[in-house]
Write a protein that binds this ligand. Structure first.
Ligand SMILES: [Zn+2]
Length: 428
């Protein structure tokens, strides 16, 4: 049986991955867990999502599916923040005999749940048509993520993946300040980067893998395999934990990105990679956000933004100039492209006016007064106007990204990038 669960958290607390970890331990009483649990991130632009927009799936070999379903449902009732307006939990239970039939259907559903906007009705009709047991609470929106996570479990080889080691706090500590030794996280990073990432943000001197909310997570270490995240955790010194789980996840894979051919096809609440030409000098607006327009071959324009939380990334964006050829990756909301990553493909030459150079001695001439041209003091040579000189852009072509402290869950960090034909600048 495959169990998918989604939308049990709220902005104030809980975390669907905690419920997953708890069930993973408890369900051993009813059968054998078959493969690693999954943590699946869905479309990050959905406005009614709860905090992390994460769903979980697990696979269990069991002889008593009814008992499993009853246990999962009772745990959701106990732990989910059902009182929260935005929390609408859902769980689905796919029996083994339905795997074959649902595999292609749920593969498409997963793709759509990560890239597109799915209505609850679509999830509900899929469930009723296939006849799989499910349990939706309130409006049942969580059924969408629950189905998508099951789709990921049925199609494990079809999607790129990373791992996250999630450590959970003892229950009586939830909501209190976390006790961690900051320096140990930097040490863990030094010993395991680049096979782990986003543990700390070196430039901004921040531990980024420890949340600040009241949820049960103490920290989450992201990396390329279970062994390396476990090694990183062995170097961390922090308060005792209640339990942990290592999830296989679509985090850090760019699974949300749609390749856009033109600006005309771009819609809000979707994420894209888009090539274009910078069409005006970036502007810093109120709040410290940096905004600039890009244009495609059809002459259409869209605003791109490096928002204030992207910190030092904005320094790079401010150096862009009209004519620069770029590829941006990120999410679109309110017709604004929120940049997660940028490839600077071709820098436009930039010119500056300078006084003309004397053909005899090679020194710059001096102005002879307003509208009087220029003259070399030493040789007496003259010229009428200034000349244009190409200036150093102080920026190099290549791939850049927002710092770890501003990373979206699904965005693929540049340390994972395999491209060899381009200079890669991972943020640390
Ligand atoms: Zn001269």
């Amino acid at each position: 049986m495959i169990i998918g669960i989604d939308d049990t958290d709220s902005n104030e607390g809980m975390c669907t991955t905690y419920l997953g970890a708890l069930l993973l331990d408890e369900l051993q009483a009813y059968g054998t867990v078959e493969t690693r649990p999954l943590l699946i991130r869905l479309n990050p632009t959905i406005p009614y999502k709860t905090r992390g927009n994460a769903a979980v799936a697990m696979k269990l070999k069991t002889d008593c599916p009814e008992k499993v379903i009853a246990h999962v449902v009772s745990r959701i009732e106990e732990f989910a923040r059902i009182e929260c307006e935005k929390t609408n939990p859902g769980a689905v239970f796919i029996p083994e005999k339905a795997y074959e039939k649902l595999k292609p259907v749920l593969r498409n559903f997963l793709e759509k749940a990560v890239k597109e906007v799915i209505e609850i009705e679509e999830a509900k009709s899929l469930i009723s048509e296939s006849g799989v047991p499910s349990k939706g609470f309130k409006n049942g929106r969580g059924l969408i993520g629950a189905l998508a996570a099951c789709g990921a479990m049925l199609n494990l080889e079809e999607w790129d993946h990373t791992f996250e080691y999630l450590a959970y706090r003892q229950k009586e500590k939830w909501g209190t300040p976390r006790k961690i030794e900051k320096e140990s996280f930097f040490e863990a990073d030094r010993n395991t980067y680049p096979d782990t990432w986003d543990t700390v943000d070196l430039k901004n001197r921040l531990v980024v893998c420890v949340p600040h909310s009241a949820d049960p997570v103490l920290f989450g270490i992201r990396g390329k395999n279970p062994a390396v995240v476990t090694k990183a955790v062995s170097l961390i010194r922090a308060e005792p934990i209640e339990r942990f789980a290592i999830y296989r996840t679509n985090q850090g894979t760019d699974m949300h990105l749609i390749s856009a051919e033109s600006i005309a096809e771009i819609r809000d609440m979707h994420s894209y990679t888009l090539e274009g030409t910078v069409s005006a000098v970036p502007e810093t607006i109120h709040g410290g956000h940096v905004i600039f327009p890009i244009q495609d071959g059809d002459g259409n324009e869209i605003d791109c933004a490096a928002f204030e939380p992207t910190k030092n990334f904005r320094l790079l964006i401010r150096k862009l100039r009209p004519g620069d050829r770029i590829v941006v990756s990120g999410s679109v909301n309110s017709r604004t492209f929120n940049i997660e990553k940028i490839e600077i493909k071709k820098l436009a030459p930039l010119y500056r006016e300078e006084n003309p150079v004397c053909p005899t001695c090679g020194k710059h001439m001096k102005s002879s007064g307003q509208n009087q041209g220029f003259r070399c003091k030493k040789c007496g040579t003259q010229a009428t106007s200034k000349i244009l000189c190409e200036t150093n852009r102080n920026l190099t072509e290549g791939l850049y990204e927002v710092p770890p402290c501003a990373r979206r869950h699904l965005a693929k960090p540049l340390v994972r990038e395999q491209k060899s034909d381009i200079e890669i600048h991972p943020a640390r």
